[in-house]
Write a protein that binds this ligand. Structure first.
Ligand code: MSP
Length: 474
């Protein structure tokens, strides 16, 4: 059995989950479910990023002990993941003692590539990122993502010698040994890599205490990204355990804003540790609200719990996997969400199931699948290329085609005319098609597809309540 390891970015716990966070989970979960159906054994990590100034400051401003604060928020992310029916096998918190100890071990192993020097420059605590003078000037001293002035830092830090690995990383990206998706981000990343100075990998404890202590130097804690990126391997037990069965990851899912950390610092760390590079880093676009970035200041943040409560989990996953592009920025609006629920889920799929099940039941027909389901070649190609939204479109076209087929074949007329064996054959053919499509839909919509398989197993009975009721869920 092939082994497949899939990872997601670990969100900062300085607030509740928002709909943008759902992208990593929905995409990675779809891929994980697809890989399992293709016969792979899957390990699937998720977790939370709990260190850094941003979190420390937020907890302090609320006058809550920081550990207590992260405990509470970590739980809300865990609940969110479970509400989305994400099939992760692991959940890591960066305050886990094992993670902390393993990070320190990783640091020690990277020591040959680490040196101490004075850092004089800019920092954005929103991004938790060191900013070059050029970038500072281009943005007139203000982070465009956080609308906050960059802070001036002047402190002794440890640096990771990115220059030791630049050529190797460049080659890995160019040859697709480490594939950057989408393709159009590749050149962007190569340009950043070219310009990348050595990276500061620690902060003075005068500035930051909420982090992993640097081994043998209690004046420094690790830069939050070193601790955070390590999670992908500490969760597998590195360096205490041999991780070669799982590592390198088949795919790492991240947002476009953090691709640079995953395509520069992370590969440098891995090469420094003598580990192979991930096979794919997929960076998805951003979910926008009415064309704008969601922000607490603008007041347009969409609460994922509101979306989930409106029409349930299938509607949530449907929207974010089909109507949010896999790679480009896309809008979330309540109107589009309602439209996709009513016109597509309820009308195309819900009615199809209802119609077919009702006529099967009326004629006392049973159904038992005679063959195993399999994916079409075209579907496999799109899924293997991580083109999830396009694969979803392809499957949806098949749902619509079955509806058209019912209209053409008019099984109710066969029933009226008493042509029972023709009727049974026609309906069974349609159900077989539906169940094949259902199988292709299952990585995207695990909940409703499970119900549909049950409805059409054995003695067919239409669902007692519609799969997608038109009125709002309570
Ligand atoms: N803690 C870091 C990740 C460390 S991974 C070793 C971080 N956290 S985050 O909370 O800011 O973001 C978590 C994930 O959510 C990232 O993949 C990020 O790109 C994604 N998104 C955050 N807002 C988003 C949208 N509005 N839309 C889509 N994804 C977005 O970065």
């Amino acid at each position: 059995m092939a082994k497949t390891y899939i990872t997601t970015a670990i969100p900062y716990v300085n607030g509740a989950p928002h709909i943008g966070h759902a992208m990593d989970y929905c995409l990675a979960d779809t891929f994980a479910r697809y890989a399992r159906l293709r016969g792979d054994e899957v390990r699937f990590q998720a977790g939370v990023d709990e260190h850094g100034n941003k979190i420390f400051q937020k907890a302090s401003s609320l006058r809550i002990p920081v550990q207590e604060y992260v405990n509470k928020n970590a739980q809300s992310f865990k609940d969110f993941i479970s509400d989305l029916n994400v099939s992760n096998t692991d959940f890591i918190r960066t305050t886990d003692v094992e993670h902390v100890r393993r990070c320190q071990e990783i640091w020690t192993r990277l020591r040959n590539h680490i040196y101490k020097a004075k850092y004089e420059g800019w920092y954005c605590s929103g991004c938790e990122r060191f900013v070059t003078q050029k970038e500072h000037d281009e943005n007139h001293g203000i982070c465009p993502d956080h609308a906050k002035a960059y802070e001036k830092l002047s402190e002794e830090n440890y640096y990771l010698r990115i220059s030791d690995f630049k050529e190797q990383i460049k080659k890995a990206i160019e040859t697709n040994e480490m594939r950057i998706l989408p393709e159009f981000r590749k050149n962007e990343v190569l340009a950043l890599l070219d310009e990348s100075p050595d990276v500061s990998v620690s902060r003075s404890t005068v500035q930051l205490t909420w982090g992993v202590s640097v081994p043998d130097d209690d004046t420094q804690v690790m830069y939050v990204w070193i601790d955070a990126l390590s999670n992908y391997i500490t969760v597998l037990g590195y360096p205490d355990q041999d991780i070669s069965a799982w590592w390198p990851a088949a795919a790492q899912f991240v947002g476009k804003d953090i691709l640079r950390f995953h395509a520069i610092i992370w590969p440098a760390m891995l090469l420094g540790l003598g580990l192979p590079l991930p096979k794919v880093i997929l960076s998805h676009g951003f979910v926008l609200a009415n064309g704008q970035k969601m922000s607490k200041t603008i007041g347009n943040v969409v609460d994922p719990m509101d979306v989930l409560q409106r029409h349930g989990i299938d509607a949530f996953r449907y929207y974010f996997l089909r109507h949010v592009d896999t790679f480009l920025d896309s809008d979330f609006t309540w109107d589009k969400f309602e439209e996709s629920y009513n016109n597509e889920l309820a009308n195309d799929l819900g009615n199809l199931v209802q119609r077919l099940a009702a006529i099967m039941a009326k004629n006392n027909l049973e159904y038992s699948a005679e063959q195993e389901y399999c994916f079409s070649g075209e579907y496999i190609k799109l899924m293997d290329d991580f083109e999830f939204a396009r694969a979803f479109d392809l499957v949806w076209e098949k749902v619509r085609a079955i509806n058209r087929q019912i209209d053409e074949k008019k099984p109710w007329e066969l029933a009226k005319a008493g042509k029972n064996s023709e009727l049974a054959e026609c309906l069974k053919g349609l159900v077989a098609r539906l169940l094949t499509v259902n199988y292709e839909l299952s990585p995207f919509l695990p909940n409703v597809t499970g119900k549909i398989s049950e409805i059409f197993t054995g003695n067919v009975r239409p669902p007692e309540t519609p799969l997608f009721p038109k009125e709002q869920k309570k």
